[in-house]
Design a protein around this ligand. Sequence first.
Ligand code: MRU
Length: 368
Amino acid sequence: MKVGDRYFRSLWADVPAGRLHIIDQTRLPHAFEVRALTTVEQVAEAIRAMRVRGAPLIGVAAAFGLALAVRREPSDASISKASKELRATRPTAVNLAWAIARMRERLKGLKPAERSEAAWAEAQAIADEDVALNQAIGRHGLELLQREHDHLKRPVNILTHCNAGWVATVDWGTVTAPIFMAHEMGIPIHVWVDETRPRNQGLLTAWELASHGVPHTLVVDNAGGHLMQHKQVDLVMVGADRVTRRGDVCNKIGTYLKALAARDNGIPFYACVPSPTIDWTIEDGVEEIPIEERDPDEVRTVRGLDAKGAYATVNIVTPGTQIANPAFDVTPHDLVTGIITEKGIARASERELLAFWPRDQRSKAYLT
Ligand code: MRU
């Protein structure tokens, strides 16, 4: 999507040079910096440090990380070691394990000499498919927004949490795909953007929306309930890091509270979910999804620009204060109005998800 007047994907490969280019998201929204990664270790670091982040994007980055490992050393041992290192970076988003397993499946029958070319091609296919999935989600979400606008006959107010925008994917985003499409078609929309402490991913969403001229307002995470009570939100749209087969939605910490407030106020709550985010092996998200616990420093500090416009980090917590930093939570399926997928909008139930993905069409690759 657009950064100033130029169009970018959030990562791209230079295959002859053996480089993966990423937009360093730890520098956004105030600085736009591209990094070139040449080793699997650098890719693992970029995922761990959230230079690349968002469930779909970390899956794609991991696929290219494996391609870099195979380019250096195409043996089975090298592939196993790289897979292990990449999988250990972040535990919650299932896209990561899914992409690694898909890469391994593609490489396993090949001779070592054939593997490098195949690995780059497969990683690129995963990246290109991600764009197509998001565009399809966009088309289904667009119909929903069009209907909502036809019904309301005024701008549609959407509340979103975290960043499920184009930088969280290869392009378009999941939540932002329908928003960008609606905006392009002239459907009036306005987005309430949750700041999303502690990593402030909402600032990325605000930056993306601003770059495309979509009206939006940044709010603190606790404002959503109040806005809903005062009829300033028509629907909630969030992304997901892992969705269970019955439609429990695991997403950025604080999503569950938005779903509770939406239910109390009769406001529809949608999750935008490409199929690689669905974990068919589990049913109960609260019990079965591993929730990443991140560095307490993320809570202890706030990062922004100082008076000279340079990035600075300040401590906001008194020394010795105990800190917990769970990065995700689970919204049970009965609080979810619908799951917007590349195949259409499903109710959050096993029966409806099964109707879109019969058993033989589901990817079980991540089980291997
Ligand atoms: O910790 P993050 O920033 O990687 O978490 C990302 C989210 O929770 C997103 O909402 C989710 O991955 C969907 S991205 C299309």
